[in-house]
Design a protein around this ligand. Structure first.
Ligand SMILES: Cc1ncc(COP(=O)(O)O)c(C=O)c1O
Length: 366
C-alpha cells in the first residue's frame, strides 16, 4: 500500500500553516521574563467584561450542542448592520468563511485573483480546492492595485479576494478605486471583501463593503470577532452574502460549526460600543508613537489602518532575531525585506520602541 494512492497528490506542495513563535518558547530562548507576542494581530485587552460574564454563565450548559443556525447572533448582526438575517452566515472564525466560499465556488482549473503579499489563507484555500492562484503584486506604497487586479481577471476567474485593510501591510484602497473595480468586474466573478480589521479603520475615504451590498451583486463581506473584540481563541467570524451564496455555505458547513461560548461572547461583545471606540482610539495613538520611532530611526513603513504596522528592512532575519532577543516577537515573511509588528497596550508600545532602539544601536541601519 502507498499513501500516494490514497492522499490527493495535488496536496503535496501545500505546507501546514506555520503559527508564529509562542511567548513561552521565546521566554525560554531569550531568558526574558517579559515577552511580547506582537506577531498575530491579536488585541491585547481580552474580551469585554459583559462578554466574559456571559461566557462564564453559559459554561455549565456545555453538555448541549450549540445553536447550529446561530439564530440570536445572526439576528443581532442583521439588525446592527441593516441587512436581512438570511444574508448573514457565521463561521468558526472568518477563516472558515473564506474556506467555505472557496469550497462552494471553485472547480479545478478555476482562477483566483488576489494581491500579494496579502492574507496567507487565500493561496491555501485556492490550492485546497484545486484552483490556480493569480497573485497581483502590490502597488507603490504597499497598497492593493485594483486596476492591475481587474486586468488579471480572465474567463477562468471565479473568485477575487480583496483584503481591505490588507494584511500584512495594513493599507487600504479607497472609495474611488473600489467603485471603478465594481463597475468593471465581470459578473462571473465573486468578489470577497475581507474586512477583518474593519473596526480599526479611521480614514473617511475607506469604502465600507456593506455600502455596496444589495443582496444581488456577487459580493461577500467577511468580518471577524478575533481582532478588536479580542475573541481570537474562540473562533467566530461572519459574512454578509447574497442569499444564494449563504444557502450554498449552509449546505457545506458543519452542522454545529460555531460553539456556544463563541456565539454568546460575540453576541454580548456587540453591546459594548464604548469600549470598541476606546480600543480604536488607543490603537490609533499607539500607532502614532510607533511611527515617530520609525521616523527617528529612518525606517520605511506603510501607514496602517489596522492594529499592526508593516515596515521595511533590508536585514529581516537579523532584525527579527535581534527583536526576539529583546523579548518582542514580530512576524517575518521568510527572506522578504519587511516585518510586521502588532500594536498592543501603551506599555507594549514603549517596550517595542525601546527594543527597536536597542536593535538599531546594535545593528546600525535597519
Ligand atoms: C485579513 C484576515 N482575514 C481573516 C482573518 C481570519 O480571522 P479569524 O479566522 O480569526 O476570524 C485574519 C486573521 O488574522 C486576517 O488577517
Amino acid at each position: 500500500m502507498s499513501w500516494d494512492d490514497i492522499i490527493r497528490p495535488d496536496l503535496e506542495p501545500l505546507v501546514p500553516y506555520a503559527p508564529g513563535l509562542r511567548a513561552s518558547q521565546v521566554r525560554e530562548r531569550s531568558g526574558k521574563d517579559l515577552v511580547l507576542k506582537l506577531s498575530s494581530n491579536e488585541h491585547p485587552c481580552g474580551p469585554v467584561p459583559i462578554a466574559l460574564a456571559a461566557m462564564r454563565e453559559v459554561l455549565p450548559r456545555m453538555n448541549r450542542y450549540s445553536d447550529g443556525g446561530c439564530t440570536a447572533l445572526r439576528r443581532k448582526l442583521s439588525e446592527r448592520l441593516g441587512v436581512p438575517a438570511e444574508t448573514v452566515v457565521v463561521g468558526n472564525g472568518s477563516n472558515e468563511i473564506l474556506r467555505l466560499i472557496a469550497q462552494v465556488v471553485l472547480r479545478p482549473g478555476d482562477e483566483v485573483v488576489f494581491a500579494w503579499p496579502s492574507f496567507i489563507v487565500y493561496p491555501m484555500v485556492t490550492a485546497i480546492f484545486g484552483a490556480t492562484a493569480v497573485k497581483v503584486p502590490l502597488a507603490e506604497g504597499d497598497t492593493l492595485d485594483l486596476d492591475a487586479m481587474l486586468a488579471a481577471i480572465t474567463p477562468q476567474t471565479r473568485l477575487v479576494f480583496l483584503c481591505n485593510p490588507n494584511n500584512p501591510t495594513g493599507t487600504i484602497y479607497r472609495k474611488e478605486a473600489f467603485e471603478r473595480f465594481l463597475a468593471a468586474v465581470p459578473s462571473h466573478v465573486l468578489t470577497v471583501v475581507d474586512e477583518a480589521y474593519f473596526e480599526f479603520v479611521t480614514d473617511s475615504d475607506y469604502p465600507d463593503g456593506l455600502d455596496y451590498f444589495d443582496g444581488d451583486r456577487p459580493i461577500v463581506i467577511a468580518r471577524t470577532f478575533s481582532k478588536i473584540y479580542s475573541l481570537a481563541g474562540l473562533r467566530v467570524g461572519y459574512a454578509i452574502c447574497p442569499p444564494n451564496i449563504a444557502e450554498a455555505l449552509h449546505k457545506v458547513r458543519e452542522p454545529f460549526n460555531v460553539n456556544t461560548v463563541a456565539q454568546i461572547a460575540a453576541y454580548y461583545s456587540l453591546d459594548d460600543e464604548v469600549e470598541v471606540r476606546r480600543r480604536r482610539k488607543e490603537n490609533q495613538e499607539q500607532k502614532t508613537y510607533l511611527y515617530s520611532c520609525f521616523d527617528r530611526l529612518g525606517i520605511k513603513y506603510a501607514r496602517s489602518e489596522t492594529n499592526f504596522v508593516y515596515f521595511h528592512t533590508s536585514r529581516p532575519v537579523e532584525v527579527f532575531e535581534a527583536l526576539l532577543s529583546e523579548g518582542v516577537i514580530v512576524r517575518d515573511f521568510g527572506n522578504a525585506p519587511a516585518l510586521r509588528v502588532g500594536i498592543g497596550t501603551p506599555e507594549d508600545t514603549q517596550m517595542t520602541i525601546a527594543a527597536l532602539e536597542v536593535v538599531a544601536a546594535r545593528l546600525g541601519k535597519l
